[in-house]
Design a protein around this ligand. Structure first.
Ligand code: 9J3
Ligand code: ZN
Length: 300
């Protein structure tokens, strides 16, 4: 797909000068418009979002991919890096995503192009063994991010200060572990997470947890809900319980997971407040959302 041209970030030179002059003349430091917005936030990427743009199967960026062999990886099992093809938009924030117990990268691979096409570098990984526990999966997510920013072919495209983690089930439990270990992470999104550790007061990373109402493997009452409830109340945090969903709902393309994940990653990895409208007020219960919890408005 062709990338949508930026109306804002390239409006430089004479037009930007004119805009600034106009702002000065009318005395409006808050004059908004495409140029003013981007200047306020150097991490903003892509056009202004709409409900349909965050629900789409693909976002505005054309996506390329490169595989990382298991043998070339240290501390994780290799994987696939999905990234915006363009080099005209500067660096991008990045995320690593872990599969769950007994599962392969293929079980979460739909998220690669779906999220990368919105303007992120996305590393879907295999774990060292398919039976690794959440603590190990957390370490592996961090090893994958280190590989991505330090050694990968696309390292120059990644902003190493704007990183996040996601994962399914024990990989979701691993994303909590990774955020606990590395508080500099900017976003965590556990998907129907599983962990024996039920308490996460140590986290400082904005965290969006997805539960599934019909999950009998990681029941929300003993996994996703206590994980959410024990995050600091001062943290930017949210809990979305998918309606009519199972433990394995995150393993196939899902628009509810995609739209709120994109919004959370944009809001907290890119500091892009254009996406706040999709997160606050919290989505109301619907055919797709059983229940939602969270702090609004966000504080970071
Ligand atoms: O990654 C997962 O699907 C965790 C759920 C599980 O099978 O736990 C049993 C030990
Ligand atoms: Zn704990």
């Amino acid at each position: 797909m062709q990338q949508h041209p930026h109306t804002s970030r390239r409006r430089t030179g004479r037009l930007a000068g004119l805009t600034a002059a106009l702002a000065a003349v009318v005395g409006l430091s808050t004059l908004t418009g495409p140029g003013a917005h981007a200047a306020d936030n150097p991490y903003e990427r892509g056009p202004a979002p709409t409900e349909s743009s965050i629900e789409a199967l693909r976002g505005p960026y054309a996506v390329s991919q490169t595989s990382v062999s298991r043998l070339s990886a240290t501390g994780f099992g290799g994987g696939t890096i999905y990234y915006p093809t363009t080099t005209a938009d500067g660096t991008f924030g990045a995320i690593a995503i872990s599969p769950g117990f007994t599962a392969l990268e293929s079980s979460i691979s739909w998220l690669g192009p779906r999220l990368a096409s919105q303007g992120f570098v996305v590393f879907t990984i295999d774990t060292l063994t398919t039976v690794d526990q959440p603590g190990s999966r957390g370490d592996q997510l961090l090893a994958a991010l280190d590989y991505l920013t330090q050694r990968s072919l696309v390292r120059s495209r990644v902003d190493s200060s704007r990183l996040g983690v996601m994962g399914h089930s024990m990989g979701g439990g691993g994303s909590l572990e990774a955020a606990k270990t590395r508080p500099s992470l900017q976003a965590a999104i556990p998907l129907t997470p599983w962990n024996l550790d039920k308490t996460w007061p140590e986290l400082r990373t904005p965290t969006l947890i997805f539960g599934a109402d019909g999950d009998s493997i990681a029941p929300v009452a003993s996994h996703a809900e206590p994980f959410y409830n024990t995050l600091p109340s001062s943290l930017d945090r949210a809990y979305l319980e998918l309606n009519n969903a199972s433990h394995f709902t995150p393993n196939t393309s899902d628009t509810t997971i995609a739209k709120y994940s994109i919004s959370w990653l944009k809001r907290f990895i890119d500091n892009d407040t254009r996406y706040e409208q999709f997160l606050c007020p919290l989505p109301r219960p619907s055919l797709t959302i059983e229940e939602s919890r969270g702090n609004c408005p966000h504080t970071s």
